[in-house]
Design a binder for this molecule. Structure first.
Ligand code: PLP
Length: 453
């Protein structure tokens, strides 16, 4: 870190502290309760702290100090309609007046399921649960009973939740078994080598590529080969569409690129902003949930929050707006405008970094291996380790703080999650903040410069 960078870093932190006094005061209380540096989610850990929010609407949110943000965290990706969409809010209000939880069947669960099935044709059966990771846990159980096998094959860096069996093998606190095996992304030979032993119940991969719809893009030929390869060796194939369904299109990632899995898992946008998970897929795979199944095959799925009325109300209201693809298109269009203009800025300033992604735009910092990449589906590098790498983690942390101080909230310092509520004015304002931030960081030498040969 050069002296100018050090001074800049100090100045930035001082300015942030000055304009976030209320947040810092709450943060010091939070540190007494929450072990993760006062945060309640790994992505909300920050130094000095992320802002404490009081309210949100459309593309914006406000903190306890009165600071306004253009929000690109969008409920960790759940809010493709933006904050507090009137149709969702009124459905939740109405349902709250009728009862929060019946502990019974109710009509809204059917209406919601119908909407999901209309958008995703593989959804011959739907099983609701409380969160995206629960959907993945259920997919694993269904596949094990269906195939009579135990092992799960997953792709490195793909995220499916934090629970046992979903995190990468070897994660602290997890039981070490050979039940879950990881192979590199985009390496078809490695997938086939693993599958060829005919031991795997399920092959699970993230829709859109790893980490929020493709911080690490998946090669499309590789992606399209997975269902056939899995079937060749008697393995079921599940796409985790917790982020991409129904963000990437009304039919999710599978519709966008034309691939048909046996199962798909859903969450985030499907609940319109309330907690949800769902696993969908071929009817025969769900037979083990039927009480008529033999006791050795019966899965007893009792979740307190399964299809709870509030999530059903929010989810059905939101899904009815996803059907014709309008919000998805609006989010993707704003994202594209930001991404393409942002890339012009990065190129013109000689910064070794680029933006890529569809309705979730990812900032990549590192060597530019190719500058003619397709930013919808590719990144400036094919080196997965480089894309996932922590080489420029400090620059991203600093970038995140610069943006927050200027009224732009990103997820993890490099993800801009767009919604239908982000308009042209938001894009222009964000580009102005991006330009100012890049100039400052360039001056401070805190962002990588492109090598000129
Ligand atoms: C691809 C993917 N799958 C599963 C999950 C877990 O979902 P949840 O946090 O709702 O359990 C996430 C969360 O970010 C995710 O990105």
């Amino acid at each position: 870190m050069n002296q100018e960078h050090k001074n800049g870093a100090d100045r930035l932190t001082q300015e942030y502290v000055r304009s976030h006094r209320g947040s810092l005061s709450l943060h010091s209380e939070a540190e007494r309760h929450f072990a993760a540096a006062g945060a309640t989610h790994a992505a909300r850990v920050a130094d000095p702290c992320r802002p404490y929010i009081t309210h949100a609407a459309g593309s914006r949110k406000w903190d306890v100090d009165g600071n306004e943000y253009i929000d690109y965290t969008m409920g960790h990706g759940a809010l493709i309609l933006g904050h507090s969409h009137p149709a969702v809010v009124s459905a939740v209000r109405e349902q709250a007046g009728r009862g929060l939880h019946y502990g019974e069947n109710h009509e809204l669960e059917i209406r919601w399921a119908e909407l999901i099935a209309r958008m995703m044709p593989i959804a011959e059966r739907i099983e609701f649960c409380a969160a995206g990771q629960e959907a993945n846990m259920m997919a694993i159980r269904l596949a094990r009973v269906y195939t009579g096998r135990r092992r799960i094959l997953r792709l490195r860096y793909n995220y499916h939740g934090w629970a046992e069996g979903l995190v990468a093998p070897g994660a602290p606190g997890c039981i070490t078994t050979d039940d879950v095996t990881e192979v590199p992304m985009n390496d078809l030979a490695a997938v086939e080598r693993a599958l060829s032993g005919a031991e795997y119940a399920l092959l699970l991969s993230e829709g859109g590529g790893a980490r929020m719809a493709g911080q690490l893009p998946v090669d499309l030929d590789f992606q399209r080969a997975l269902p056939h390869l899995a079937h060749r060796y008697g393995t079921l194939y599940c796409i985790d569409e917790v982020v991409t369904g129904f963000r990437d299109s009304p039919g999710g990632w599978q519709q966008l690129i034309g691939v048909t899995p046996d199962l798909a898992t859903l969450g985030k946008c499907v609940g319109g902003g309330l907690p949800v998970g769902a696993v969908v897929g071929r009817a025969d795979i769900f037979d083990s949930l039927n009480p008529a199944a033999t006791p050795d095959r019966l899965i007893n799925h009792a979740g307190t929050w399964n299809a709870n009325p509030l999530s059903c109300a929010a989810g059905a209201a939101a899904c009815s707006l996803y059907l014709d693809g309008t919000p998805q298109r609006q989010a993707a269009e704003s994202a594209r405008r930001f991404r393409d203009r942002g890339n012009r800025l990065l190129r013109d300033m000689g910064i070794s970094g680029r933006l890529h992604g569809r309705s979730i735009v990812h900032l990549y910092l590192g060597p530019i291996e190719r500058d003619d990449f397709d930013p919808d589906f590719e990144a400036p590098s094919t080196d997965i380790e480089m894309l996932a790498g922590t080489a420029h983690a400090a620059a991203k942390t600093r970038f995140k703080l610069h943006l927050l101080q200027r009224g732009v909230a990103t997820l993890r310092g490099g993800m801009f999650i767009f919604s239908a509520a982000h308009d042209a004015g938001d894009v222009e304002a964000t580009l102005a903040v991006l330009q100012e931030t890049l100039h400052t960081m360039h001056r401070e030498s805190s962002i990588p410069a492109q090598r000129t040969s």
